[in-house]
Design a protein around this ligand. Structure first.
Ligand code: HEM
Length: 214
């Protein structure tokens, strides 16, 4: 709002920021789903997980992905937060209008701001934890998940998926690509399916992978 006014002096500048915000958001939403599938490689056992991780290191896939994701998180975070009601007065107005209007889309926007900030903080903690314990190995991942990481990842999966799928829903609505109700339903089902798979993977790490030598 106030920050948005300072940053964008022309409609063309604003349109570019909107486009970059959308592209970085779609990239991150897709990354989270691919990431859940990649981590689920543990279902084939610790050796298969370590082999894939080693291969990705060898061809620098992990390094490139980490770099791109960090740039996307930073860019998307900054671009999206420019529209947030940073001043107390703005926040009060948004809150009053949300209650008054009883308009789902306005509430979704508020949910986006709150979950976006939470994902930013949790993802930074998570990436830092993995990077400072390189290389990625099943024993190390199991140790993290078994020593408190389980709850952390449950929260991260939930919040990241709500943020990703609500973000995609808002893009569909903004561009009028699909009728509201069916697209909300399809996106919600997809989010639930991927999240369930992620939680299942977490249980495998928690219960079946030895943290003290695979
Ligand atoms: C790009 C850098 C990233 C790397 C190298 C990475 C690596 C990993 C690894 C190795 C695990 C297994 C558990 C562990 O070792 O702690 C994991 C799990 C997880 N990561 Fe990441 N991660 C990255 C980014 C992200 C981001 C940006 C998010 C979400 C915003 C995310 C969300 C999760 C979640 C939810 C799990 C649990 C997945 C499941 O149960 O299937 N990660 N990550």
């Amino acid at each position: 709002m106030y920050v948005q006014k300072i940053l964008t002096k022309t409609p063309r500048g604003e349109a570019w920021m909107e486009l970059l915000e959308m592209i970085s958001g779609l990239f991150l939403a897709l990354f989270i789903q691919v990431h859940i599938l990649a981590v689920s490689n543990i279902l084939f056992g610790a050796a298969a997980f370590d082999q894939k991780s080693h291969q990705m290191d060898e061809y620098f896939i992990s390094h490139i992905a980490i770099f791109l994701v960090c740039v996307a998180i930073l860019g998307h975070g900054l671009l999206a937060m420019r529209k947030a009601p940073w001043r107390v007065q703005e926040a009060q107005i948004v809150w009053r209008h949300s209650k008054l209007l009883r308009h789902d889309e306005t509430w979704y926007w508020l949910v986006q701001i709150i979950t976006g900030l939470a994902v930013l903080i949790l993802a930074v903690i998570h990436i830092a934890g993995v990077l400072t314990d390189w290389p990625i190995q099943a024993v190390k991942s199991a140790a993290r998940i078994q020593s408190g990481g389980f709850i952390f990842y449950l929260i991260l999966i939930g919040i990241a998926q709500v943020h990703a799928f609500l973000g995609i829903y808002r893009i569909f609505i903004k561009w009028g690509w699909w009728p509201r109700k069916p697209i909300f339903k399809y996106l919600a089902y997809t989010a639930i399916a991927f999240s369930t798979f992620g939680v299942f993977t977490l249980f495998v790490f928690l219960l079946f992978i030895s943290a003290g030598g695979a």
